[in-house]
Design a protein around this ligand. Structure first.
Ligand SMILES: Nc1ncnc2c1ncn2[C@@H]1O[C@H](COP(=O)(O)OP(=O)(O)OP(=O)(O)O)[C@@H](O)[C@H]1O
Ligand SMILES: [Mg+2]
Length: 309
C-alpha cells in the first residue's frame, strides 16, 4: 500500500476516534482527546499492517511476480500419491518443453544449470526429473553433480552406490567432476550409467575450494568436453545466496540456460528477488516452483485421461 493512503488512514482513524469521544464525552476535552489518541493508535496499527508487505512467498503466482521470470512448471512434493507422481512427471515434461531446443541443429547444446536462492528448495529433485524427462524423449543426457557442498544428485538418480561423491580419502580418490577439473581425467571415463540415454557425472572428491574450482578455466574445459560428446547437460548446483560456487560457475560457464527453483515456505520474497537478480538475462532464466499447489480438478482428470486410466 502506498504511504499517502496509509497516512490518510491514520488521520481519519484519529478523527473518527475524536468524533466518538465528542459524542460520548459530552464536550469534555479529555474524553475527546482520549478518543482521538485511541483512534490514532488504531489507525497507526491498521496502517502498519497494510504497509507491512508479506515477506513470505505465498505460492507460484507470487514467486513469478517477485522473480519476474516465466513460471514454467510447478513440481509437487516427492513421495506423494499416484496423482502427485503424474503431476510431477508432467511438470518435468513442461520444463523440458520450455527448454527446447536445448540443442538446435548443429549448434552446440546449451547446458541447463539448475539453482535456487536458498538450500533445500528442490534443485536436485528438479535436475534429476529434468534429466530423466530429456532422456525419455530420446535425447542423450549427462546429469552433472556440480553442487560440491551437498551433492545429492547421485542419490536422486538412484546411483549413490556409484561412489562418486564424498570427502577426500587418502589413496583412493573418488571419481567424478573434481577428478576431471583438477586431475584432468577424461570426462567420458567418469560417467556412470543411470538408465538408457541418461548418465551421471558424480561430484567426486569434495574440495575445500569449490568456488575456485567451478569458476576456473578447467571447469569450462570439462563442460566443453561434455558438450563434445553430443549430449544435453543438466547441472545440479549449490544455492546462489549462501555460497559463491554457482555465481562463479555462471560467470565462467558461458552460454547456459538457468532454471531457478523456488519453494514457498523455504525461501522468502527477498531471497528469491535477490537470487533472480544474480542470474544474467543472457541465460534466459525460467522459474520452477516446488511444493504443493492448488490446481483445478479438471487438470487431474485430464492427466488421468491422458494416461488411459
Ligand atoms: N517439489 C517439491 N515439493 C516439496 N518438497 C520437495 C520438492 N522437491 C524436493 N522437496 C523436498 O525438499 C528437500 C530438499 O530437496 P532437494 O534435495 O531436491 O533440494 P535441494 O535444493 O537440492 O537441496 P540442497 O540445497 O540441500 O542441495 C527434500 O526433503 C525433498 O523431499
Ligand atoms: Mg541439492
Amino acid at each position: 500500500m502506498p504511504r499517502l493512503p496509509a497516512l490518510l488512514l491514520v488521520l481519519s482513524a484519529a478523527l473518527v476516534g475524536a468524533a466518538i469521544g465528542l459524542l460520548v464525552g459530552d464536550d469534555r476535552a479529555w474524553v475527546t482527546g482520549a478518543g482521538a489518541a485511541a483512534g490514532l493508535l488504531v489507525g497507526a496499527f491498521g496502517a502498519w499492517l497494510l504497509l507491512r508487505r508479506p515477506r513470505r512467498l505465498t505460492g507460484g503466482a507470487d514467486a513469478q511476480a517477485v522473480a519476474d521470470l516465466p513460471l514454467v512448471a510447478h513440481v509437487p512434493p516427492p513421495g506423494g500419491d499416484e496423482a502427485d507422481r503424474r503431476r510431477a512427471e508432467e511438470a518435468f515434461r513442461m520444463l523440458r518443453a520450455a527448454l527446447s531446443p536445448v540443442r538446435d541443429g548443429d549448434t552446440p547444446a546449451r547446458p541447463v544449470l539448475v539453482t535456487s536462492a536458498a538450500p533445500g528448495e528442490g534443485k536436485t529433485t528438479v535436475a534429476a526429473g529434468l534429466a530423466r524427462a530429456l532422456a525419455r524423449a530420446g535425447r542423450p543426457v549427462v546429469a552433472v553433480e556440480a553442487d560440491l557442498r551437498r551433492p545429492g544428485l547421485a542419490a536422486a538418480l538412484g546411483r549413490d552406490d556409484a561412489g562418486g561423491a564424498g570427502p577426500s580419502t587418502v589413496g583412493a580418490p573418488l571419481r567424478g567432476l573434481t577428478a576431471a577439473i583438477v586431475g584432468g581425467v577424461p570426462v567420458a571415463d567418469l560417467l556412470v550409467e543411470v538408465e538408457p540415454g541418461l548418465r551421471l557425472l558424480p561430484a567426486g572428491e569434495l574440495p575445500p575450494n569449490a568456488p575456485e574450482l567451478l569458476g576456473g578455466p578447467d571447469a569450462r574445459r570439462v563442460l566443453d568436453e561434455l558438450l563434445a560428446l553430443g549430449v544435453d547437460v543438466v547441472l545440479d548446483t549449490a544455492p546462489l545466496l549462501p555460497v559463491a560456487d554457482t555465481r562463479e560457475l555462471l560467470a565462467r560457464a558461458g552460454d547456459v540456460r538457468v532454471v531457478l527453483v523456488a519453494r514457498p515456505g523455504v525461501a522468502d520474497r527477498d531471497e528469491l528477488r535477490g537470487a533472480a537478480a544474480l542470474v544474467p538475462a543472457s541465460t534466459a532464466p525460467i522459474l520452477v516452483v516446488s511444493g504443493r499447489a492448488k490446481a483445478p480438478r479438471s487438470y487431474d482428470q485430464y492427466l488421468r485421461d491422458g494416461a488411459g486410466v
